[in-house]
Structure formats: C-alpha cells, structure tokens
Design a protein around this ligand. Structure first.
Ligand SMILES: C[S@@+](CC[C@H](N)C(=O)[O-])C[C@H]1O[C@@H](n2cnc3c(N)ncnc32)[C@H](O)[C@@H]1O
Length: 314
C-alpha cells in the first residue's frame, strides 16, 4: 500500500482504484489525469458514492464498469474542469468580430460558429455579444452551436442565469444591452437577454466521438482550454476531424496554453493561438488512427437547473 491508501478518508480509495478511474475517464472523454490528481479525484467522486449509498470506491467502479449510462454521465460531469468567464482571453474577440464582419461583407449566408467546450455558457454568450456588436444588428445572421461533454454545465449554460459578480468586469453598456437583473428572491442574479439566447443551440457532443452531428462548412471553431486535458495524440485526432468541417478561410481559436504546432501539417498558425485549416487537411485526406470503433456518446438529456422566468427585470 502506498500513501494514498493510508490517508484517513471516509471511503476506501486505493491506488488501484485511482488507476481504474484514470483509465475510464480517458476512454470516455479523453481526459488524461496525472498521478498528482488523486486527491482531486477522491473529493470529486466521494459525493457520487454518498449519493449511491456506497462505501468503497471498488463498488462504485464496479457499478460504472457495468455500463450504468446515467452514472457514467455523472462520473464524467464530476471529473471535468469547467473554469470559464465572459470575454476570457479577451484578445480573441476583436479578431472574431473582424472575421464575422468580413464574412458578412463577402456573403449573405449565415455565419456558423461551433463553440465545442462551452462549459457553463459564458463563452458562447460572449461570441453572441461579439456578433451583435460586430454587425450592429440585434438579430445577426449568426448561428452558434455550443456543445460540451458535461450535461450539468450545458444545463446551466442553457438557463443563462449567473451570479451578478460574473459580469462585474463587463462595461455598463454591455450589461445594459445583454443582461436582465433579477429582483426580489432573484436579487444578485442576472440572466442573458433572449437576443443572445436565440443565436445559440446547446447540445451534448463528446469531442472524442468518431462522428459529430455538426454540419459544415463552419466559419469558426472556438476550442479553448479543453485540448489541454488531452494528450497530443488525442489532440491530433480531433484536429484531423476539425479541418474538413471548416471553410478554407475559417478560424480555429485555441486556449492561451494550447499549441497545435505538433500538427502544422493540418493547421497554420495565423496569430496568437489562432489557426486556419490547411487545404489538404480540409479534403479529409488525413485519417484518424485511434478510437475507430468508438460509437457516438449516447446523448443524455440536458437536465433543467433553473427556470429562466424567475429572473425578470432589465
Ligand atoms: C476549462 S473548460 C473551458 C471552457 C471555455 N472553453 C473557456 O475557455 O472558458 C473545459 C470544458 O471542456 C469540456 N470537455 C472536457 N472533455 C471534453 C470532451 N471530450 N468533449 C467535449 N467537451 C469536453 C469540459 O466539460 C469543460 O466544460
């Protein structure tokens, strides 16, 4: 037994249990957990054991390995990291605004944007704000697909209700234009205005799946701060699948600590963490080499968390 086994904990959690968790979350969502994450895994999953009335991780893992789809989703939701913010990595949004305006000038077709790790919604709503501002149109011809593997965060995103502090850094003009303030029992909460909500479709998509229900050609893919959880090979498999669904002049935005230089045959660096697909990659000439028998994630219903009508006043 090593140190992890000896720690005083409510539930028995051995290093063998940790390894099984590691394997499972890698297979399900591509998330690579380093061995330093044992405490994190314990604290995030202990609640699942409590909810299921179990006392040992070994029993919980047996339950998961019996293909209990609902628990599998709860397990995935528990192990994702969902940190996000409105206008996070703000330098991307003027680039996005210019791109949207340019596309609009070039073609009357709707502009299509996939936000593929949308978390609790701040990022897709930021994209919607950027589009409205860029085109100076409250109903711009822009379609945003906001997806994530985690159904809990998608439910929160879909509700579009946030603590007031989440928008403290936004300009008063943006707050007025894009949010409604809660009153009474909802004091301290804000809700995104329907103009933003209307532009977005929320859906569960696992980036690891072989096939995505995404119709191209896309003008933009926002894939920020999620590849960091994947190993290089998984990143490359995803990039191989991104390129063919993008327009030749489409843009791929990555997070501040993510780099795709390892796949410079697929994507060209255009600016700080902004890429565009290379012609050969767009033809689908590259084939994914792993996960060939993965079936698409069974889409889980996104749970409803809060009633939007409870936050009312502008
Ligand atoms: C740190 S958040 C990033 C949120 C947002 N993109 C941003 O930059 O602020 C990472 C998100 O990736 C999602 N994620 C992790 N693995 C995923 C997968 N295999 N498919 C889709 N989304 C995944 C997580 O659920 C989480 O919401």
């Amino acid at each position: 037994m090593n140190a992890i086994d000896l720690k005083a904990r409510e539930y028995e959690f051995t290093s063998g249990d940790f390894e099984r968790v590691r394997t499972l979350i890698y297979e399900i969502a591509g998330i690579s957990l380093s061995s330093s994450k044992q405490d994190m895994v314990y604290s995030r999953l202990a609640r699942r054991l409590r909810d299921r009335g179990l006392t040992r991780f070994a029993d919980y893992l047996r339950l998961l390995e019996s293909n209990d789809a609902e628990e599998m989703q709860a397990f995935t939701n528990a192990l994702t990291t969902n940190l996000t913010a409105f206008f996070r990595e703000a330098h991307h949004f003027p680039i996005l605004a210019d791109h949207i305006a340019e596309r609009r000038r070039a073609s009357p077709e709707p502009i299509t944007i996939w936000c593929c790790a949308a978390s609790t919604g701040e990022e897709p709503y930021t994209i919607a704000m950027t589009a409205i501002e860029a085109l100076n149109d409250p109903s711009p011809p822009v379609r945003i697909l906001a997806t994530d593997v985690d159904t809990n965060v998608l439910a929160k995103a879909e509700a579009g209700i946030y603590d007031q502090e989440r928008i403290d850094a936004l300009s008063p003009e943006r707050v007025r234009r894009f949010f409604l303030r809660g009153t009474g029992q909802r004091d301290g909460l804000v809700m995104v205005r329907p103009e933003l909500r209307r532009l977005i479709t929320f859906q569960q998509i696992n980036l690891l799946d072989n096939q995505w229900p995404v119709r191209g050609p896309l003008d933009v893919i926002m894939c920020r701060n999620v590849m960091i959880y994947f190993d290089k090979d998984t990143q490359r498999q995803i990039l191989i699948k991104f390129a063919p669904v993008m327009r030749s002049d489409g843009l791929l935005f990555a997070g501040h600590s993510e780099s795709f230089v390892h796949s410079s045959d697929l994507f060209k660096l255009k600016g700080k963490t902004v890429y565009s697909p290379l012609p050969l990659a767009r033809t689908g000439a590259y084939r994914t080499t792993t996960g060939s028998n993965r079936t698409p994630t069974q889409t889980q219903r996104i749970p409803t968390v809060t009633n939007r009508s409870q936050v009312t006043r502008g």
